[in-house]
Design a protein around this ligand. Structure first.
Ligand SMILES: Nc1nc2c(ncn2[C@@H]2O[C@H](COP(=O)(O)OP(=O)(O)O)[C@@H](O)[C@H]2O)c(=O)[nH]1
Ligand SMILES: [Mg+2]
Length: 330
């Protein structure tokens, strides 16, 4: 009875979502972010509607000016008549859902714009992993019909790198401060950059950082896309139009150079991630209900070998079938 009602409500929500109701979008995102029991069903349903947005990743050190840059890009995209969504991922943010693009940037103008959707995701409190949440939220934003989705992340750590895997076009933001280009290389950001930006070009040393990055690009082998190195002053808006033009050039490049092998590999990787995450969800939800109390007692007490128990569980077809079928009742 309860389940029926919940399903009806979900149907209603999905219908509103399809009719471009932004509060339905917000509520579906929250369900996915909190890993509510119907999160997987939601993504499965909206998946076929996604695949049209251009996903742009903006990454770089804290304080590099990413949010200021994003704010400028929003204005450019809006002037071009495009609908845009922002997913700001801030690992240091203690807030969830409320904090937006850092306190320094005032986005009130864009808030009022119904064609701009802004959402932030704090790594703390996001159940089931940050990159999974980011991937699914991007799918929702895409399926909703946004032309452009910008993901802002701090460019440190494996999680952030894996989130940039979601982007079609990755913009790495650096600053003239000493050694920033070296930090970029160390963090592996040079390998994922499609476009380099030296922001705060009003400051001393911007030319040098630009030269270092350009040298790095030239030393890269291959004759595919060569990441341009652009100078911007996000605070004043200088260099934003050329940045947008470069992003659009990269988008066209991607459209003209579809790498089928690369795409196939990316889809396979995505499938394995989805499959493993779904299995893990089910395992967590249903282990207690499997009549495995004794085994779990041994695990909890630290007296049994978790590797052996896991293998036994997988090899015990009956238990595995129960595990795979389960998860809905609980
Ligand atoms: N001098 C200068 N400051 C900038 C520029 N762009 C951004 N800032 C400032 O840098 C600080 C950090 O900006 P923010 O966008 O929050 O950086 P984020 O942490 O990378 O998102 C803010 O005080 C901005 O006003 C720029 O082009 N020149
Ligand atoms: Mg920011």
């Amino acid at each position: 009875m309860h389940r029926m009602q919940a399903e009806d409500r979900l149907e209603q929500l999905l219908k509103s979502f399809t009719n471009h109701d932004r509060s339905a979008l917000a509520r579906l995102i929250t369900r996915v972010e909190n890993r509510s029991p119907d999160a997987s069903a939601i993504i499965e349903r909206i998946y076929p509607m996604a695949g049209h947005a251009h996903v742009v990743g903006i990454t770089g050190a804290p304080g590099a000016g990413k949010s200021t840059l994003v704010n400028r890009l929003i204005a450019e995209y809006r002037a071009a008549g495009k609908t845009i969504a922002i997913l700001a991922i801030d690992p240091s943010s203690p807030f969830s859902g409320g904090a937006v693009l850092g306190d320094r940037v005032r986005m009130t103008d864009h808030y009022k714009d119904s064609q701009v959707y802004i959402r932030s995701l704090a790594s703390r409190g996001s159940h089931g992993g940050l990159s999974r949440a980011a991937r699914e939220i991007v799918k929702l934003l895409d399926a909703f019909g946004h032309d452009v989705i910008i993901i802002e992340t701090v460019g440190v750590g494996q999680t952030e790198l894996s989130i940039m895997d979601l982007a079609d076009t990755t913009v790495v933001v650096t600053v003239p401060e000493g050694g920033d280009s070296v930090q970029v290389m160390k963090a592996g950001l040079n390998e994922i950059a499609d476009i380099f930006v030296v922001n705060k070009a009003d400051r001393e040393g911007a030319d040098r950082v630009k030269a270092e990055l350009q040298l790095n690009v030239h030393l890269r082998s291959g004759n595919g896309w060569r990441p341009p190195v652009l100078m911007t002053q996000a605070a004043s808006g200088e260099g934003i139009a050329p940045l947008l033009a470069a992003i659009e050039r990269h988008r066209s490049y991607l459209a003209e150079h579809v790498d089928e092998a690369h795409e196939a590999e990316r889809r396979r990787r995505e499938f394995i991630e989805i499959f493993s995450a779904e299995l893990e969800d089910r395992a967590r939800r249903s282990l207690n209900g499997l009549g495995r109390a004794r085994m779990l007692t041994g695990i909890s007490a630290g007296t049994s070998n978790p590797y052996r128990e896991a293998r036994r569980m997988i090899e015990d077809m009956e238990a595995l079938r129960a595990l795979l079928a389960d998860g809905r009742e609980n």
